[in-house]
Ligand binder design. Structure first.
Ligand SMILES: Cc1cc2nc3c(=O)[nH]c(=O)nc-3n(C[C@H](O)[C@H](O)[C@H](O)COP(=O)(O)OP(=O)(O)OC[C@H]3O[C@@H](n4cnc5c(N)ncnc54)[C@H](O)[C@@H]3O)c2cc1C
Length: 311
């Protein structure tokens, strides 16, 4: 670890942080420190950090916008790489290439301003392109993977490969990255050229308004805690919607709390940090909701959020 710290500090002194608290870097605002945090400004820097970490035998964790993670109270051992800067560019008029660090909202704004259609409904989705690809983010029954042409990845050893969308193993809340530990460097999205920016802006505004009505956006949350049940493997009782939020609500858990965390009254699949929650409080609330739904409806909910670090 010391050798890696020295090597990274020698190269990127002002963007290497030792024992850095991660809570402020997540939307849940909980979690302990990273042994070492690196704010990467390009794909080349991510590759260099991966190579150095591999040579030093140090584990690497990626952190995007921190909007879909619960970081443990004891923090993350090893190196955390946070892609923090990048670029967006047009490749012809039907593809947009975007670095992993770019936020979904930044990408939406860029495409709307250029009359490139396809991503406008994603306005208001927190987080980065890298995080969205990892979990195949979804919005109104569309998965972001459906819009992808190809993804440039880094293997954990720092070598690169380009993967077409049909080899990304995209599925609901799933991509191959969950299996391989590969890292997103950049993504090429398919867009429709020649759209009227004003019309695209209306779609974006409608998405934002819908989110505002249905999600507790003013509070520290990590979005949906659980995936919705999968009709192929879960037996949801007749008459019950295949929705994790509805099941938690009907199991009587809406508004309930443990420590500094409670189940949102606006959307029961969103848990809220009241300001003093620990990761342990949130984990305990997750287990209580899972148990309540399991015992009352026989459905075992699975997490959509990702646990990082030590609890
Ligand atoms: C208010 C709110 C609303 C939300 N609404 C939605 C929604 O409508 N639809 C939806 O799908 N999600 C939603 N989410 C969840 C979240 O916004 C998405 O999952 C988002 O895509 C996560 O991106 P991120 O950059 O924050 O990833 P993070 O939370 O930082 O990381 C998530 C996972 O991705 C990995 N990762 C991050 N960057 C990379 C990279 N470059 N390469 C490889 N792995 C990487 C991390 O290691 C981690 O395992 C919502 C969250 C909030 C707080």
């Amino acid at each position: 670890m010391t050798a890696l710290t020295s090597a990274l500090t020698a190269r990127f002194a002002d963007r290497i942080y030792i024992n850095r608290p991660l809570a402020p870097l997540t939307t849940f605002k909980v979690g302990g420190p990273a042994d070492l945090l690196f704010d990467a400004h390009s794909s080349a820097e991510i590759l260099e950090a991966l190579t150095l970490a591999r040579a030093a035998g140090v584990s690497v964790t990626m952190l995007g916008g921190g909007s879909n993670v619960l970081v443990g109270d004891r923090g993350i051992r090893g190196l955390v790489i946070r892609p923090r800067a990048g670029a967006i560019s047009a490749v012809g008029d039907r593809l947009v290439r975007v670095d992993a660090a770019i936020t979904i909202n930044g990408l939406v704004r860029w495409t709307i301003n250029r009359g490139a259609g396809g991503l406008e409904a994603w306005a208001g989705t927190p987080g980065t392109v890298g995080g969205a690809i990892y979990g195949n983010a979804h919005w109104q029954r569309v998965n972001i993977g459906d819009l992808v042409d190809c993804v440039r990845l880094a293997k954990p050893d720092g070598t690169e490969l380009q993967v077409p969308a049909d080899r990304m193993e995209f599925d609901y809340d799933k991509s191959r990255l969950k299996r391989t530990g590969e890292v997103v460097l950049w993504v090429a999205f398919r867009v429709t050229p020649g759209r009227d920016p004003a019309a695209l802006r209306l779609v974006a505004r409608a998405s934002l308004a819908f989110r505002k009505r249905t999600q507790p956006l003013e509070s520290p949350t990590a979005g949906c805690i659980f995936m919705n049940p999968d009709p192929a493997i879960d037996r949801v009782p007749n008459g019950m919607p295949a929705s994790a939020g509805a099941l938690i609500d009907r199991a009587g858990q809406k508004g309930t709390s443990i420590g500094g965390a409670h189940v949102s009254r606006t959307h029961a699949n969103f848990f809220i940090n009241d300001g003093c929650a620990t990761a342990a409080d949130i984990r305990a609330l997750i287990e209580r909701c899972r148990h309540a739904v399991q015992s009352q409806y026989g459905v075992t909910l699975r997490e959509e959020i990702v646990y990082l670090g030590e609890f």
